[in-house]
Design a protein around this ligand. Sequence first.
Ligand code: UDX
Length: 446
Amino acid sequence: MSKICVIGTGYVGLVTGVCFADLGNEVTCLDVDQSRIERLKQGIMPIYEPGLEQLVSQNVRAGRLAFTTDYRQALDGAEFAFIAVGTPSGVDGEADLQYVRMAAEAIADIAQGYLIIVNKSTVPVGTGDWITDIIRRRRNGTRPLLQFSVVSNPEFLREGSAINDFMYPDRVVLGSTDRQAASKVAELYVSLRCPILITDLRTAEMIKYASNAFLATRISFINEIANICEELGADVQEVALGMGYDKRIGPAFLDAGLGWGGSCFPKDVKALAHMAVLHGTQPQLLQAVMEINRNQRRRVVYKLRKALNNLDEKIIGILGLSFKPNTDDIREAPAIDLIHLLQNEGAIIQAYDPQAMENARQVLKRVKLCETPYEVAQGADALVLATEWNEFKQLDFERIYQLMRQPIIMDGRNLWNPEPLRSMGFTYFGVGRGANNHINNHQPET
Ligand code: UDX
């Protein structure tokens, strides 16, 4: 059992804190946002994440998890301080480190004895050294020296399955100039029985960026293939299937669609490209990966414009607003970009999402937020599926057909089977589903 302080109760901080508590440690989660901490003390979660609320309440009741805004209380007796604060994109795409700096300064001002500072926030390569400098400089006064080591421990948590990803990781990455400190952090993870890679600080920081950029690249790659498939009459889903059986390629992250969004990929790819340029290299692939992603949204607008002649005063229904299913997060969500692009061409938007309506209300203007998918279809000239929520899988399409003004479906996640929809009379567009000739392709040719 170790005593751990986690700074930041966002996605990463909260999940990390509660999971370490669940593994038997004594954890205090700190945030400077008073109202967030008050709500957490009442059991109200700041984010929607399956299983989180229950795990928090279990661990609070067991006395292993507490919340505070007071650094003194959080750091009292702590052996580890995890920094898990936000690193939003700055104006040029660089990671904004002001919250990391604030956390490092607070540690420098308050910590005593020996502390292992573990950085979980996604930060530019070199930030671990920068944190060390900040603390040394600030502590370099009359006060007793602080004994500390900095370890980088990037997170690989996906929204919607964050607790599972923490408890069953593919790997844990630790980087430090102090190998002993990294080994101590490794002990916190030993019970998870996964590969633990111990490396230097900068390499660990780079592993995080390289991993996310690679996953984003796979998605942009398959989206580019999808667009070519459409033109050449091939089906991208089967292309991905055929590619994925190759063990060197693997099947994951090859779903063509409206592109990647969320709080990580857009920010991290941009930040990596920014770092590369700053240090004199030309990140051509990363630039293309980002551009393909932007264009994937524009392509939908192009398809709809072509189908409807023009979009002015056309009613477009959008199903799904979150950047992916099982989250209420709409940061960089394809649906939000798409809505803005469609509105620019004069379209009237009505939309529905199972979880993200409240967040959408804050950022969307002139959008009718509906109660059900059927209300979205009512009077619509086209229906666009932007997020593949489970509840959209089995819709009553006969009813939708009756409700729509024009029966046009743009399936941005290839969720539905085109054939029955087409025979009902819908005009169906998917992403990269160019083939009309593969219906019996599992039958051997005779
Ligand atoms: C990601 C990383 O997976 C995680 O390791 C990291 O720590 C944080 O960023 P997350 O942003 O929660 O996690 O979402 P993820 O499930 O990875 O999906 C990212 C985006 O890619 C979503 O918009 C999703 O719709 C899109 N996606 C994913 C595709 O378009 N096709 C795919 O095949 C997979």
